[in-house]
Design a protein around this ligand. Structure first.
Ligand code: NDP
Length: 318
């Protein structure tokens, strides 16, 4: 594994990080979850990403991860890993269970720590911008999370370039720099290229790309229809059947041919394509099996693209 500096901070993150959004909830196989986390760490993946609502049921990914830590990461191993959580989306009933108020964010962080049986997380994120709460309040809650020792760093996710700029400036004034932005970015979802990456570079903030495989579309999974063991087929999966459209599949087939010429799987090429940009600190993958995880890690063996390959890819993605 190679480790990249997260923006202009002191923190290094692995080029590939593991997210626990799917496959780690109470509806999933716990044994499989344990194997994936252990294999990831053995291969140098030191960063595990969670959020209050990951499951299903919401919260159960954190509970399961807490159990995995307790049995497999005893002693000083906690100091060898970076654990993150977030609050922003709906987590409980009533007016204090979502968005960006201080009331919600700090209660949620306490709940997450309890579920994972941790004293602190490494990064606490505001999961989404709240148009109705003053940004100062949301940022002051992140600053407080860090000052109280419940988080070591503050991050934001799903903020647009202007919101990012403003949030960063408030955090800087408060004395808790914005460490990282978690953004949806893949060959199929490229809004980050429209200003956000420039703001992050200018401000010295790290960038971690989530759903880098477009939830599995950028793999060989959907080349021949929709298999039963796929996120699109799974009723708990967030990939909608309509997203596996004919138009997408034509692109996936063409991209897969380029990957083959590079002696890579499509998943490997999709990850390498993101990591070629040095503004990307890490790609935050999901995996439903150890085999997928290993396949994805092998992307690091070839991160270089010829100009011709890049042009061919652009033509397909247009
Ligand atoms: P990916 O785009 O990496 O999709 C992962 C899924 O793709 C896997 O669960 C699996 O699905 C399939 N897959 C992965 N590798 C392979 C492979 N080599 N071959 C074939 N299929 C493969 O990421 P996710 O969408 O899971 O998101 C990753 C993380 O990002 C989340 O866990 C979370 O931590 C974070 N995230 C953050 C968000 C935010 O708002 N900040 C929102 C969403 C995610 P299958 O079940 O079909 O096998």
């Amino acid at each position: 594994m190679k480790y990249n500096r997260c923006g202009k901070s002191g923190l290094l993150l692995p080029q590939i990080s593991l997210g626990l959004w799917h496959n780690f909830g109470s509806v999933d196989s716990f044994e499989n979850a344990v194997s994936i986390v252990k294999s990831a760490f053995d291969k140098g993946i030191t960063h595990f990403d969670l959020a209050n609502n990951y499951g299903p049921v919401p919260g159960s990914a954190e509970t399961n991860f807490g159990k995995i830590l307790q049995h497999n990461f005893q002693g000083n191993l906690r100091d060898e890993i970076v654990i993150t959580t977030k609050a922003g989306y709906k987590m409980w009933e009533g007016p204090y269970g979502e968005w960006g108020s201080r009331k919600y964010l700090l209660s949620s962080l306490d709940q997450s720590l309890k579920r994972m049986n941790l004293d602190y997380v490494d990064i606490f994120y505001s999961h989404r911008f709240d148009p109705d709460t003053p940004l100062e309040e949301t940022m002051m809650a992140l600053d407080y999370a860090v000052r109280s020792g419940k988080a070591l760093y503050a991050g934001i996710s799903n903020y647009n370039p202007e919101q990012t700029r403003e949030a960063t400036e408030i955090l800087k004034r408060l004395g808790t720099p914005c460490l990282i932005h978690q953004v949806k970015y893949s060959m199929f979802v490229r809004n980050a290229e429209e200003g956000l990456l420039d703001v992050l570079e200018e401000k010295g903030i790290g960038c971690i790309a989530f759903s880098p495989l477009a939830q599995g579309l950028l793999t060989d999974k959907y080349l021949k229809g929709i298999p039963e063991n796929s996120r699109a087929f799974n009723p708990n999966g967030h990939l909608q059947l309509e997203e596996v459209s004919e138009e997408k599949v034509i692109k996936i087939i063409a991209l897969n041919d380029i990957a083959k010429d590079r002696n890579q799987s499509l998943a490997q090429m999709a990850l390498a394509w993101l990591l070629k940009d040095n503004r990307i600190t890490s790609v935050l993958i999901g995996a439903s099996s150890v085999a997928q995880l290993n396949n994805n890690i092998d992307s690091l063996q070839n991160l270089d693209f010829s100009q011709e390959e890049l042009e061919k890819i652009e033509t397909i993605l247009k």
